[in-house]
Design a protein around this ligand. Structure first.
Ligand SMILES: Nc1ncnc2c1ncn2[C@@H]1O[C@H](COP(=O)(O)OP(=O)(O)OP(=O)(O)O)[C@@H](O)[C@H]1O
Ligand SMILES: [Mg+2]
Length: 367
């Protein structure tokens, strides 16, 4: 536990049934005031982790500290946290103002103070004019804001959000992502958000914990996760990546020479690798360089054949084939390379190269 962490999980596991370890020995420190997301595929244990922090579930083993106190066995109402549920769970028989004030009345805050705090919260989420409205008369986005206001009015140290925007359409979702971020930075409250949408996580989180099979694979800021994925799973899950089998053919200072079929590259790795090691290469589509001929003899450039081109708006996604590699995906920005966009056709010959250090090599475990 660090001095600034508001939530610390220590060796936390949760087993609902004999056969499923839903959360598997997690350690996580969440700093005060940070916006952290739990990201991962369906069933990886995100909601369970959130429910363990909230106190709706107890861990099978491990400890949970909040604000430096061991609250592993404390009930939900004994923790300085609040939760925004996926379906908002607003009270249909109460109007907007009474929904927001519900937690305050439970906490014994009433009268003028309650009215002031409710008004402040409604101002903050931009719905002061809806105080007396029925919740069923609100739009999805407005209901989402009310759920946020209701959870925040009690001034929790930590706000837990389980897929808070998943009920909204794509456009509104993007708008509410900006709103969430604004609210969080304005209030300075620690936000822990569950999502399986990597774009959402990358765009609004200070840090992201990528989960898989009940474990945390990597915790890092968005740029570090994207540029320095710790595992092939993270490389494949965050953004698009070509994951390719290769072999180490040498080393040069801190880079490794790797052969992927006919394609050569200088790859980075956090692991010690030796010549002859089998590796998995992770290569982002935007990191492959493509040139059309004629090319002077250059061993760093590999001949490839265009298989397919897909229009992606600002970029062109191109599938190519290289001897010894089934398929490679690369993205070509459309601005500076406009001539390619007009001319590239399936069957065309092109040249590929990879700048030193952009590919990452992971040891392939022996089968
Ligand atoms: N109450 C429960 N009883 C038994 N098993 C459960 C229970 N809740 C969750 N599980 C199991 O624990 C695992 C993790 O579930 P969890 O709901 O935490 O996943 P998730 O990452 O939130 O997935 P999703 O993205 O689909 O919401 C799953 O295998 C799930 O079936
Ligand atoms: Mg879930």
């Amino acid at each position: 536990m660090t001095d600034t962490s508001v939530v610390s999980l220590r060796g936390v596991s949760k087993r609902y049934t004999e056969s499923i370890l839903s959360v598997d020995n997690i350690d996580l420190d969440i700093a005060s005031g940070e916006f952290i997301s739990l990201l991962g595929p369906s069933g990886c244990g995100k909601t369970t982790t959130l429910r363990l922090i909230a106190g709706f579930e107890g861990p099978t083993s491990g400890q949970i500290f909040i604000d430096g106190r061991d609250l592993t066995d404390a009930p939900p109402f004994g923790r300085p946290v609040n939760t925004v549920f996926q379906d908002y769970a607003l009270f249909p028989h109460l109007n907007v103002s009474d929904n927001v004030g519900f937690g305050l009345s439970l906490a014994g805050v009433g009268g003028a103070e309650a009215r002031t705090r409710i008004r402040e919260m409604l101002d903050l989420v931009g719905l002061a004019d809806k105080a007396k409205a029925r919740v069923q008369d609100l739009s999805g986005g407005q209901q989402q804001r009310i759920a946020m206001a209701r959870a925040l009015v009690c001034r929790p140290r930590v706000l837990l959000l389980d897929e808070p925007l998943s009920a909204l359409d794509a456009h509104l979702r993007q708008h509410m992502q900006v709103e969430l971020k604004r609210l969080q930075s304005q209030l300075g409250t620690t936000f822990v958000m569950v999502t399986h949408d990597q774009t959402e996580a990358l765009s609004i989180s200070d840090r992201i914990a990528v989960m898989r099979n009940g474990r945390i694979e990597q915790v890092a800021g968005p740029a570090e996760l994207y540029d320095q994925p710790a595992t092939t799973f993270v490389a494949g899950f965050i953004g698009a990546s070509n994951l390719l089998p290769g072999e180490v053919t040498g080393a040069d200072s801190n880079l490794f020479r790797v052969k992927v079929g006919a394609l050569q590259m200088m790859a980075r790795s956090d692991q010690p690798l030796r010549t002859g090691d089998q590796v998995t290469i992770s290569l982002r589509p935007e990191d492959l360089r493509l040139e059309t001929g004629p090319i002077s003899a250059d061993p760093a450039k590999t001949q490839a054949t265009v298989v397919q081109t897909l229009f992606h708006g600002r970029s062109l996604r191109i599938q190519v084939r290289v001897p010894g590699v089934d398929a490679l995906t690369l993205d070509l920005p459309r601005d500076g390379n406009a001539q390619h966009n007009q001319t590239l056709r399936p069957g065309d010959g092109v040249y590929l190269s990879v700048a030193p250090g952009v590919a990452r090599a992971f040891p392939t475990p022996p089968i």
